[in-house]
Design a protein around this ligand. Structure first.
Ligand SMILES: O=C(O)CCC(=O)C(=O)O
Length: 270
């Protein structure tokens, strides 16, 4: 399977690049992967920038808004599976959500995932957006992918839940800050090793509301080996991997079978 992770540089200054111009630029970048990739992955909140909190409400869209339309079209044009990163979604009945969209090569919505773990503790996304409640997997041609977003990467129980639903590839779409880049790399490898799954983690470049982004999108195999890693700037990270390696790894080193499921339920909060 051939995957392209497009590590978009987001500048939240609209005088430098408007949301519309970025949508067009990203569409061209995805279109350029026609014939090169089976799956394309984009970062979290690339229309606004993950830390440009004041833009969330201003640029929020209904699920089937302009980004949905543009990404559905470009998935079809390019003939690729497209994880189109996430949008600030305005639910007419409720709050904003940080919602990832996955399209099939015929431009149909294959999955929508509302980020479960919101970042910011008592500010930012954690207060401006609602929390998703549903784990989401999507069946791709050669693998089942679990869909996750940025801060989710710190919560291993989410990934175990996805594995229990059949996930063999774990996709992380992120706007991870440079300040904690070492955590990003370490956690991506940890999620791959402990779940014996591929991890495709697509970050963002640039600076969002004064927060420099880590970039360093990374693809890790089920043994924890880094197959590809991007630098800090805008880049298309291309990788080819064999999804069958998940089954082989799980069979040859069957650690997942030794889980003690009775330990999983938390008894208290830290
Ligand atoms: O967990 C982190 O260090 C970064 C998380 C984050 O930036 C996000 O979820 O938007």
């Amino acid at each position: 399977m051939r995957a392209s992770l497009i590590q978009i540089a987001v500048n939240d200054d609209k005088a430098v690049e408007s949301v519309n111009s970025r949508r067009e630029r990203v569409s061209s970048l995805v279109r350029a992967e026609a014939g090169v990739a089976d799956l394309v992955v984009l970062p979290e909140l690339w229309t606004t920038g993950a830390f440009a909190y004041e833009l969330f409400s201003e640029e929020a869209e209904p699920l089937e808004g302009p980004t949905f339309e543009a990404m559905a079209k470009v998935a079809r044009d390019a003939g690729v599976w497209l994880h189109a990163g996430s949008i600030p979604e305005r639910d007419p009945e409720g709050p904003l959500y940080n919602t990832s969209l996955v399209f099939s090569p015929d431009g149909e919505l294959a999955a929508a995932y509302r980020k479960i773990h919101r970042f910011g503790f008592d500010k930012g996304e954690a207060v401006l957006m609602g929390a998703g409640e549903e784990l989401v997997t999507v069946r791709l041609p050669e693998t089942v992918a679990g869909v996750t977003t940025c801060y989710d990467l710190r919560f291993p129980e989410l990934y175990r839940g996805l594995v229990d639903r059949g996930a063999q590839t774990l996709i992380v779409s992120a706007g991870w800050p440079e300040r904690r880049r070492s955590h990003w790399t370490l956690l991506a490898q940890a999620r791959a090793v402990e779940n014996q799954a591929f991890v495709l983690a697509c970050g963002s470049a640039g600076t969002h509301a004064g927060v420099p982004q880590a970039g360093h999108s990374i693809v890790v195999d089920p043994w924890g080996a880094v197959l590809a890693e991007a630098g800090a700037g805008e880049e298309v990270l291309r990788v080819e991997f064999d999804p069958a390696k998940v089954g082989v790894t799980r069979e040859q080193f069957p650690a997942l079978k030794d889980r003690q499921l009775g330990l999983a339920a938390p008894t208290r909060r830290a």
